[in-house]
Design a protein around this ligand. Sequence first.
Ligand code: ADP
Ligand code: ZN
Length: 606
Amino acid sequence: MKKIKFNQFKGGPGNFFLVALFVGLALMAVLKLADFSHKIESISYSMFLKRLESNQVKAVIVTGNDVKGIYRDGKTRFEVTVPQIPKIWDLLKEHNVETNVVSSGSGDFGIWQFIYLIPFFMLLGAAWYFFRQSRSNGGNSGNIFTMSKSKAKMFMPSQIKVNFNSVAGATEAKEELADIVDFLKNPEKYKRLGARLPRGVLLVGEPGNGKTLLAKAVAGEANCPFFSVSGSDFIEVFVGVGAARVRDLFVQARRHSPSIVFIDEIDAVGKQRGNGLGGGNDEREQTLNQLLTEMDGFETADASVIVIGATNRPDVLDKALLRPGRFDRRVDVPYPDVTSREEILKVHAQGVKIDTAVDLKRVARGTPGFTGADLANLINEAAIIASKTNEAHVSVHDFEEARDKVLIGKELKTIILTEREKRITAFHEAGHALVTLLLPGVTDPLHKVTIVPRGRALGITFSLPEREKHSVSRDEMIAKIMICLGGRAAEELVFNELATGAYSDFSTATDIVRRMVCKYGMSKKLGPLVYNEQGENTFSEETARMIDDEMRAIMDECNEQVIGLLSLHRDKLDTLANALFEKETLHAGEIYTLLDIQSREEHLFK
Ligand code: ADP
Ligand code: ZN
């Protein structure tokens, strides 16, 4: 696909002079700006204290009794004479003001003059950089003229060759994005009824699972232009450039609306504001503010622009980004399960000559933890290996070799389970799930169980609370402990050996037991006394031993019950674990059918 850059500057042999000329002009402009923005305001001591108290001061330089500083807006500087410097030390610290002390002997000439010179050095560096770059690229690269232009790649509908059919698996994500497609196709339909229009969608998932592909497929389905940019493209050394690029991007997007703006790695701009000192964040904060402004502006502007952001770190994003009217929809793009992996392999096997002996279902089974990108890579590697040896078709053996090759690259980052580990994990998760099912009434209903590894977790059993709970009964707490213990108990029952994978289960269980005994008065021996661990009512050694004994007693009792329960229903455990091993992810409905249990949700609605 062709990359279109806005406002391209084509340079010829006379390039150097042009660059030099513009650098000169820019230099003068910057000097003027510097003069303007570095205006120093003289303020009184009481004014200074007030501003300090109200958190407006960002950094100061102290020389003798003179204090010079800059406000948090990053623009205005001030100077003030402070009668007794030691008196303000604590205040500076308390309000997180970056403080530098310069000995009065050296005067303030050095520091300030140096600060004034920084733009010069930067411009010189930039000029040198652009000159070199424009020479090495024949003058076609980004340069000083396109600095504030967005670096986004723009794809017109005719250039977009993907749609939802190109994205294998990812059923839930596609379903959730179907709304957006419909909106982009008929914005009028929604506007007419006064519906609040979707604006931002956050795709969350590890790299390679198809976030970019999905976003582009939305554009393909809706037949609208697609602007693609990475969050890191906005971050530059020059303050204000990122914000200008965001503005430019949205001007373009509105001009072509309805359209989609895709921002990959949105965490690069969208990290929480206001953490960390120093000027390093000014650029990013300005860029983020501009993005927020643009998104808020859609309401008034009549344009239909959908912003799709992608990240694998939703936790670090600034809360302002997630507010209604911004990225208020979140779509998870998880690792593919075995069925999805097979489908992804099929998509990428199109056009590749593959031996009939190769069973893609088997390949899918042998690649847990692979992302969509890994699978595409796998097919490609296999084809390359086959080509090298002049084979007519890509063989089973080529696939095995390719798999090892891709695995070596992956092993550093994610867990790859061996066949045996996968089987153990299947029993572990089946244990959690089955205990949940066997204790109806005191547990939250099962939602789904998966053994597709995610990051460092081998598998997860999800439950969905039926209602908001304000108090928890003793039985419910016991049930929670039993669910935690169910994983290891199943492993023990079947494999008769102990692994380390249950650590976090145990620490959760221990936590609950401790709360029962020390906080909620749920033990007979100790009664309704609250024992704080570091609290006021420090307790005797004897009490400590009693707490220990009580906790152990509850835990042992739970463990015995769980083992009994699972042994009694060993057939169900086997059925569930084997199905999990085969399919990797099971939804509650499938489990009910499999184990022939009546669904609790059905009960609820009867
Ligand atoms: P992300 O943006 O999440 O890092 P990408 O969309 O860039 O992932 O995926 C990289 C490549 O992996 C895609 O171009 C595609 O070839 C392949 N891929 C990933 N997921 C899928 C999928 N669900 N179906 C088909 N191909 C996929
Ligand atoms: Zn577990």
